[in-house]
Design a protein around this ligand. Structure first.
Ligand code: CDP
Ligand code: CDP
Length: 227
């Protein structure tokens, strides 16, 4: 595909967004941008400074934070001022506090600006919660991925097992439900399906099946046929 499309992927926790976004980006030779990693990186900084509830302090932290992505052979790495934070931003304390941090309007304003800058040339697959609604409202292609909470918790459970991380299925499920609640009820750009987004229920679908559906949809779009 030659067009420099903007592809927005939104949906709740563990719907499979980042997994399929990476595959799509590779197939299309596009950039992949994980916006959740940016909110996670700020949360990681804020936990160290005891600043997760202080919006002005969070904004100051962001001022000092250069957040960048780098493609390596083993996948995409996230850097905070050149420190590799790829692993630490996935820790449970970050996961359990990121929705509170990301609800602050000034935090969103700054990160949305940075995300729009990253996406400005197109040829990008960006995933998150508000990409189709707030970050890239004019994206040519928008997806909204969902799956039952049981399946999403089971995906995380299996992912943890494969990394030898002991977790409890019920606890994971509760954490996901809590994050979904906070992300869908916050005042500024809550998680919601954009009107022009293609809804894909991935319950019972494996990764390849989801990717095939997405590619079929991209190819079916009339906006592309006109180009
Ligand atoms: O764990 P998972 O991969 O589902 O989440 P993530 O994409 O890493 O995002 C972590 C959190 O960041 C979400 O639960 C949201 O609170 C927040 N987020 C957001 O508010 N807006 C985005 N565009 C991306 C993430
Ligand atoms: O980015 P998001 O939080 O939406 O989800 P993810 O991190 O891409 O996917 C969470 C887990 O579900 C990963 O271990 C994926 O391999 C797995 N997955 C799956 O089993 N089936 C799918 N259709 C999509 C993802």
């Amino acid at each position: 595909m030659v067009e420099k499309l903007k592809i927005a992927i939104d949906g709740p926790a563990s719907a499979g967004k980042s997994t399929v976004a990476k595959i799509l980006a590779k197939k299309l030779n596009y950039i992949y941008c994980d916006t959740g990693a940016m909110y996670r990186t700020l949360t990681y900084m804020a936990l160290k400074e005891n600043a997760i509830s202080d919006e002005n302090h969070l904004v100051k932290l962001l001022d000092q934070a250069k957040i960048t992505f780098e493609q390596r052979v083993d996948g995409q790495h996230v850097f905070l001022n050149n420190q590799d934070v790829t692993e630490v931003i996935r820790q449970t304390d970050v996961t359990n506090n990121v929705s509170a941090v990301s609800a602050f309007p000034k935090v969103r304003e700054e990160l949305v600006k940075r995300q729009q800058e990253i996406a400005k040339e197109g040829a990008i697959v960006m995933d998150g919660r508000d990409i189709g609604t707030a970050v890239l409202p004019l994206a040519e292609v928008k997806f909204f991925l969902v799956a039952s909470v049981e399946e999403r918790a089971m995906r995380r459970y299996k992912e943890n097992l494969s990394k030898n991380i002991e977790t409890n299925f019920e606890t994971l499920k509760q954490e996901i439900e809590r994050r979904d609640y906070l992300d869908t009820t916050r005042k500024v750009s809550p998680l919601t399906q954009a009107k022009d987004a293609k809804l894909i229920d991935t319950t019972g679908l494996n990764i390849q099946e989801v990717v095939v559906k997405m590619l079929e949809y991209i190819q079916s779009l009339s906006v592309l046929k006109q180009k």
